[in-house]
Design a protein around this ligand. Sequence first.
Ligand code: ADP
Ligand code: ZN
Length: 203
Amino acid sequence: MTLHTRPGRIEVVAGVMFSGKSEELIRRVRRALIAKHQVRVFKSHLDERYDGVYRVSSHTGVSVDAEPIDRPEEILRAIGDAVDIDVVAVDEVQFLDAGIVEVATHLAERGIRVILTGTDTDFRGEPFGMMGHLMAIAEEVTKLQAICVVCGDLACRNQRLVDGRPARWDMPVVMVGGSESYEARCRRCFRIPRHDEDQVALL
Ligand code: ADP
Ligand code: ZN
């Protein structure tokens, strides 16, 4: 049994796609395991499933097993009143509802180190889900950037492409079953045409 002599804490790793959030989560989890800490890893359900097993996988191919969740309360249900858990890591936090704030706070108050990773801005460049709120209440925030695939500068935006063209501003934030893809881009190379801009373009 682990006695929590230190206070719990909330760490957020935020950034655009390809910025290395999953790599960083996996790095922190591996180091916690080396320290013989009890670690539970969760991942929101919207992401892909491999052979019925969930993993947090980085674009470089390394991965750790993760338990799938749809709702934040499922984290509490999964760990019950276990007293031996040192670290709870959650990936793809941007898809979870507002309950994640209460769940993360509760876990930290139980003395647990809570590591939350997620995309902090949506395809419009606006705050995604509860990420902004979580960044505010965290003890530590790590904000990562990717490399802009257009110009090579640091990228802070998720460029959504539909059929290879920049997605329009009025599309839904979460698209189900669409033929969309994403690129990391800097502020300058980011494109998000609005309805009125389409009209201008047609003239
Ligand atoms: P995230 O979880 O933030 O989407 P990952 O940890 O899965 O990021 O992947 C990060 C890795 O993706 C980098 O180490 C790099 O090898 C690769 N990568 C592919 N495209 C890019 C890009 N445009 N900018 C930075 N890294 C990229
Ligand atoms: Zn650029």
